[in-house]
Design a binder for this molecule. Structure first.
Ligand SMILES: *Cc1c(COP(=O)(O)O)cnc(C)c1O
Length: 436
């Protein structure tokens, strides 16, 4: 497969853009190769500058639940463009999106639009602190909530001794207020709360973690978190930037029937445009400026073009909930096909996690239900697997710790092709590592 134009562009881009990319994972660093530069996406397929076409399981990292270049998403967009692209003043389409969300998503009584998932979580945490008048927050190791200072933290040597920044440039003074618990380990949460009595403002969690591959919350874990938060007066924040509108129209809140106090959105909500949102109980949301003293603002928040596309997609999902069965069905077929391949190849130390229409293959023996286990994955094997899939025109995320993103546009043919490609790719892996 020829990638010469991508290679050239990457060399040139590196002269002007740090690492040649505007978001680090796009550099394909962990799969040991240069990225492909894209010219076009249609449905489930991507085309690169060298004319190669791929079945795409990145789907812009989640937003494109209806596939690339969806006419449903962009319907009427020319008309909107003709009226101007931004006003810095209220528009009716913002009301329409907010009303659609509040009327159809149980935990939401009010919602505020922002322009990214990072902004949504950052704002929700400030709000939780303003509302409770407390300082500390708890996050879980392996969960990603965007790149704001206070969230770039991992646990230190002992859990109660405080975390360490996962990025340079994050002051220690800021992260002393972020405590790190272990996913699926409710005792780790209790221990942190006991060690910091009456000082925890919020607990933020990906209810379906999709940034450490894909791990599922064990039975009762989210419910216990809910009751701890209620009992202790802690704001429970679900980061549904991936799971929102993907696992169910009502996200994990709907899927597991749990009401968080605040919910954060991103990715799908913008229908392919840069949008995030946070919402929840009226009593909490009314503390946001201009009503309350918690400041949060955005020049391009609720941008009319972004809102138009977001509304088109959300409205479609709301009225076509069968797509959630369709996505689950696709994920199940991939899961079964992959598992069959692994059996045929007598590969034992690879496992597959699936939650509804979300899916991830780990290069470690299952079950994988903790961050520690995820970190035991063999990323060198993933590298070989990724490249073999790419050579067969299947584009999976260029890192072990990401899940596959499906869309309603993935066809039967795409799935069969992917399963066949998986067999050959895993055979290559097996040939290089006998003990797998
Ligand atoms: C992608 C992501 C974010 C950050 O969203 P951006 O739009 O990239 O800022 C936050 N939380 C989760 C769970 C995500 O997957």
């Amino acid at each position: 497969m020829n990638h010469s134009k991508s290679k050239e562009l990457f060399i040139e881009a590196k002269k002007y853009i740090p690492g040649g990319v505007n978001s680090p994972v796009r550099a394909f660093t962990s799969v040991g190769r240069e990225p492909v530069f894209v010219t076009e996406g249609i449905g489930s397929k991507l085309t690169d500058v060298d004319g190669n076409t791929y079945v795409d399981y990145i789907c812009s990292w989640g937003p494109l639940i209806l596939g690339h270049n969806s006419k449903i998403a962009s319907e009427g967009i020319e008309k909107v463009l003709n009226h101007g692209t931004t006003f810095g003043m209220p528009t009716e389409i913002e009301l329409k999106v907010a009303r659609l969300m509040v009327e159809n998503i149980k935990p939401l009584e009010k919602v505020r639009m922002v322009s990214s998932g990072t902004e949504a979580t950052m704002s929700a945490l400030r709000l939780a602190r303003g509302y409770t008048r407390k300082n500390k927050i708890i996050k879980f190791e392996g969960c990603y909530h965007g790149h704001s200072d206070g969230l770039l933290v991992k646990s230190g040597s002992g859990m109660l001794t405080g975390g360490i920044p996962t990025s340079e440039g994050v002051p220690k003074e800021i992260i002393v207020n972020t405590l790190v618990a272990k996913y699926n380990d409710i005792e780790s949460v209790r221990a942190l709360i006991e060690a910091n009595p009456l000082d925890i403002a919020g607990i933020i969690i990906e209810p379906i973690p999709g940034n450490m591959g894909l791990v599922e919350a064990q039975d009762g874990f989210l419910n216990e978190l809910r009751s701890i938060c209620t009992k202790e007066g802690i704001v429970l924040i679900f980061d549904e930037v991936i799971s929102g509108f993907r696992i169910d129209f009502e996200g994990a809140c709907g899927y597991y029937d749990i009401e968080a106090d605040l919910v954060c959105y991103g990715k799908i909500i913008g229908g392919g445009m840069p949008v995030g949102a946070y919402g929840g109980k009226k009593e909490i949301m009314d503390m946001v400026a201009p009503l309350g003293g918690v400041y949060q603002a955005g020049t391009l928040s609720g941008n009319p073009i972004a809102m138009h596309m977001g509304f088109n997609v959300l409205n479609y999902l709301l009225h076509n909930k069968q797509i959630y069965d369709q996505l689950t069905n696709i994920a199940m077929r991939l899961e079964h096909g992959f598992k069959e391949n692994l059996q045929k190849l007598k590969i034992e130390n690879v496992s597959i996690n699936r939650v509804g229409g979300m899916l991830c293959q780990f290069f470690v023996k299952g079950p994988v239900s903790s961050y520690d286990k995820v970190m035991k994955s063999n990323t060198k094997q993933y590298l070989v697997y990724f490249n073999e899939m790419l050579n067969q025109n299947v584009l999976i995320p260029p890192a072990q710790y990401e899940c596959m993103f499906l869309s309603t546009e993935h066809t039967d043919e795409d799935i069969s092709h992917t399963i066949n490609a998986h067999y050959l790719a895993m055979k290559k892996v097996k040939n290089q590592w006998n003990e797998i």
